[in-house]
Design a protein around this ligand. Sequence first.
Ligand SMILES: [Zn+2]
Length: 369
Amino acid sequence: MTYSQQMEEKLVKTERRLRLKGSQGKNLRVVRELYLRDDVPCQSDRCLANCENNIGMHGTIGRLSNESTHYIIPDCQVARDYLEILETPDIKGIVFTQTAVHSVQHEGSKRLHTRLQNLIKDGRKRSVMFHNEFQRYAYCERLPGENLVQWQSRSTYKACEWYYDHLAGQIPMVMLTHNEEAIQLYSDKKVNVFVMTVKDYLTGFWEQLEGIMDLYESLTTALENKSKDRDYSGYLPLDVLEAGIKSGRYIQGILEVNRHNASTEAFVRRSGRLKKVDSVDDIFIHGMVSRNRSIHGDRVVVEILPQSQWKGRSLAISPAESEDKSSADDKESDSVVPTGIIVGILQRNWRDYVATFSPDEVIIILPYF
Ligand SMILES: [Zn+2]
């Protein structure tokens, strides 16, 4: 038997019907043949089923580690909205389903998709893309009447189940979702296949990780404001930021969040100045919308608002105030101070993480289908 005959035997043909809008506004019906196979590799060091995990360019780098205590499978929405949480260096062992990667690509943005690919390529993250839609026992056909989100949830859960069974129950699986319906449907279905929100997951596993809850809160606030169509704004492109800094329009510095009043008060300490410098130099950032998803310790770019929009600080002690100041200073602290909004983040407080790769990085060519 030839190799291709062998391959054909392994494939199960299915069809997927797509409805596309043509250029004239007509509906086109497209039937795409889909070949399901039962040898889509799990890419886990815990595999007992002889998956061909070493074949191709994956090598041994970037594979799901047997040091992880659990593997995480984010659903499509979590992959799109909380990618930054998943990028945190300490959080490893993430399985991105093909369904989630497609969702990031088509429902998210090109930039987000690139970041996701970089995450998967980064050997330190020990995270993979799983081609669930080609795996015979993980593939879910969309049911009549099932909406996209329901299908995506079911596909994600099915991938969790597949991994759990494929790895013979050696390692718990955690599905991350913000879909209440999915949590109700699936959370009690199988022991050691957990279905929970990002918040519950972080609280349960990573609360001690510095900055992680702040990052979660700031992302959540930004999302809420976005969905309410409020004045939340995105970051400016890097070249605009750099030009603005050069021209003096923007100021760069380190964000310091007031621990006594974390939800409303933060300050940007201008770069290149010494700690002892007078607090008047600090720029006040009032509220989470102005903070624009940045967190304590980030190197940020700030735009100073017109003086009419300046705000007064609360009487809580700001990080810039020294302890030996007299109470007379405190009384004056409700007068307005230079106030700004964050327009960009130059460096996350995860230090070198953004856009750097480990030396043992391998380039994985992800297939497009
Ligand atoms: Zn395997």
